[in-house]
Design a binder for this molecule. Structure first.
Ligand code: Z5A
Length: 211
């Protein structure tokens, strides 16, 4: 069977990580080879960018354009080093966030002009556009409350969790706009339901690839 490239997107605390793990187990149960990635991450460069952007590791505030280049540099490297070879080898690639995160966090909510942003994103992604994107949609207040419990277990909110409610609302609206513009690639999943109900919905939205 051909490799597939599936991405998960959504606001904070939507349950992407939880669902990706269950989906991978289910696909592997069918004998498929699955590789799980997260963005930023998946390479040493990606993990370095993750630390810089999430935890202000440089101690210097970053503007939206700087973030755009950091995320896209890490994305380009991940595509070249990991994603393209895996797809060429017939593996399934499941990525927790990808190019649409840049569109909404740095563009719709961050204020970087979408025309420029889309060009940089296109350059980073090359031929590796996702086959399908599962947008986990959730009220932002619910999502932030879910992660707040978790953040207090660690050492406080990261730089994205700390951005205000209005920022996260723009993120959600940006995602819904992207999904409405590209219904062929996006599937919107209501993430406010019990985990197993959400998982069944996701499976249904991938049925044409696994049947
Ligand atoms: N970012 C960017 O700005 N531009 C870019 O181009 C890229 C990223 C690629 C990465 O942070 C940050 O980088 C991200 C955007 C930015 N920050 N934000 N926002 P991350 O990867 O650490 O954060 P995240 O992607 O938002 O992940 P998350 O906070 O861990 O959320 P999640 O993966 O969607 O949810 P989860 O970990 O599966 O679940 C969260 C909690 O909810 C957990 O306690 C679960 O047990 C619980 N949960 C899960 N499902 C349910 C259901 N169905 N009901 C109730 N509770 C649930």
């Amino acid at each position: 069977m051909k490799g597939r490239f599936i991405t998960f997107e959504g606001p904070e605390g939507a349950g992407k990580t939880t669902q990706i793990q269950g989906l991978a187990r289910r696909l592997e149960g069918l004998g498929l080879r699955v590789i799980l990635l997260r963005e930023p991450g998946g390479t040493a460069l990606g993990e370095w960018v993750r630390n810089v952007v999430k935890h202000d590791a440089t101690g210097e505030a970053l503007d939206g354009v700087t973030e755009l280049f950091l995320f896209c540099a890490a994305r380009r490297h991940l595509v070249e080093r990991v994603i393209a070879p895996a797809l060429d080898a017939g593996q399934w690639v499941i990525c927790d966030r990808f190019l649409d995160s840049t569109a909404v966090y740095q563009g719709y909510a961050g204020g970087v002009a979408l025309g420029v942003l889309n060009e940089v994103n296109r350059l980073a992604v090359g031929r590796c556009m996702p086959d399908r994107t599962l947008l986990m949609d959730l009220d932002v207040g619910v999502g932030l409350r879910r992660v707040a419990g978790r953040a207090s277990d660690r050492d406080g909110a990261d730089s994205f969790e700390a951005r205000g409610l209005a920022f996260h609302q723009k993120v959600r609206e940006g995602y819904l706009d992207l999904a409405a513009r590209d219904p062929k690639r996006f599937r919107v999943i209501r993430a406010d339901r019990p985990t197993e109900v959400v998982a069944a919905d996701i499976w249904e939205r991938l049925r044409d690839y696994v049947a």
